[in-house]
Design a protein around this ligand. Sequence first.
Ligand code: NAP
Ligand code: MG
Length: 478
Amino acid sequence: MMHAHYIGGSWHRSAAAAPNVNPSDTTDVIGEYALGSAAEVAAACEAAASAAPGWGRSTPLVRAEALEAIGAEILARRAALADLLAREEGKTLPEALGEVTRASQIFRYYAAEALRPGGEYQHSLRAGVEVEVTREPLGVVGLVTPWNFPLVIPAWKIAPALAFGNCVVLKPAELVPGCAWALAEIIARAGLPAGVFNLVMGTGSIVGDAIVNEPRVAAVSFTGSVAVGRAILLAAARRAAKVQLEMGGKNPLVVLADADLDAAVRVALEGAFFSTGQRCTASSRLIVEEGIHERFVAALSEAMRAQVIDDARKPGTTIGPVVDARQLAQDLRYLELGKAEGSRLVLGGETPARERPGFYLTPALFTETRVEQRLNQEEIFGPVASVIRVRDYEEALSVANATEFGLCAGICTTSLSHARHFQRNADAGMVMVNLPTAGIDYNAPFGGRKASGYGAKELGPAAREFYTQSKTAYVRGG
Ligand code: NAP
Ligand code: MG
């Protein structure tokens, strides 16, 4: 089946299309998906710009009901969507089910947010004058999303954008158009006016670039790599468009000697390797105090050996394949680099054969690593973690912060004072105490600092900051 773009309330085919391939079985093609051009982006932006004044004036109740309907439909199609997600991205079926449920909850959450008062009344300094600060929509927003959360990241941008009265042009990652297309199909049935939501699939260099440089796009929300994010920031700056960037991570998990060993191993295993380590919030640097180092490495290795690396949709699989050949090649390059840098590969890093041909890689653990080596400075984005041995808490904190990134930092400890000190002094947008670095709530702000993030935070009430602009009105009554 040929999957078309959704522009101005109808489906549009392109001259070009690309196959969507299952990373658990490369002989399995999910479907053909249209590859857009700059002309399709222009048409989508035209449709969105035409719809923007009407949608911006729609009542909060109209928007809330549309978002409720989308959330309910996602939930009703939960099983099919999770199957598609696992099939096109390679995360396990339970992980995919969790992501689908989360996407549904986010639409329902922003349905409620649409109804909350967004303004403020202020007493004027002058008699007889009233001051009101209100939040207005931006108009057309461009959303550019990565491949690792094909449903929930589009959802967490689309839902607040629509809730606060904006029109949307979405470009999903070329590797995973399936979930975005399925979401567009659901949104198309929710009764939104034509042009309020548009989907243009295709490559970043053509479709993404056209969105970022489109004069009718008032704001761009991007999640992806640092290099692309920074290029988008520069392009948007030329026309002073609003930008929000969520980028990579090299997230530390500190394990102190006083930690509960079993709990720390669970936290590290989940944070470093689940979703095949392909999470911006993955714990890729395990910073371990020497008093617990040997026991921790032994117990984590044992837990890693118990993992089942296989087809994402097979019952019992705990870790699915890497997303594609290019990402697998990158993971393998870093495994070689780690060894060349003198670190010890304790286990993993093999590419096992399975029933069907896929991009399988066993989770890998390095020890004897140093904070400054490339293995510990560059984002790998795969099932590879390295252990950095430290003398004490003070060294652990300084190693945790010795990175250009600042997305999420975690600590496992039973010491309240170390936990609290770490919470205050970790230079990251998010901190986790005795919890995996990956795994967040949608009603709290999400985002990083330093090279990991730029602009307003996402999710929770914080999303209003990005998806609206404020107006201050001074009114003298009669
Ligand atoms: P990416 O290569 O930066 O791509 C992200 C999106 O940008 C894709 O849709 C991509 O299109 C598009 N793009 C590429 N070049 C572009 C350009 N010149 N102009 C406009 N758009 C362009 O990232 P990825 O490989 O999909 O995802 C992995 C990265 O995302 C990792 O670095 C990871 O840490 C990060 N990530 C961050 C978060 C977070 O919230 N902090 C969450 C998830 C992932 P294509 O489809 O053609 O690639
Ligand atoms: Mg990419």
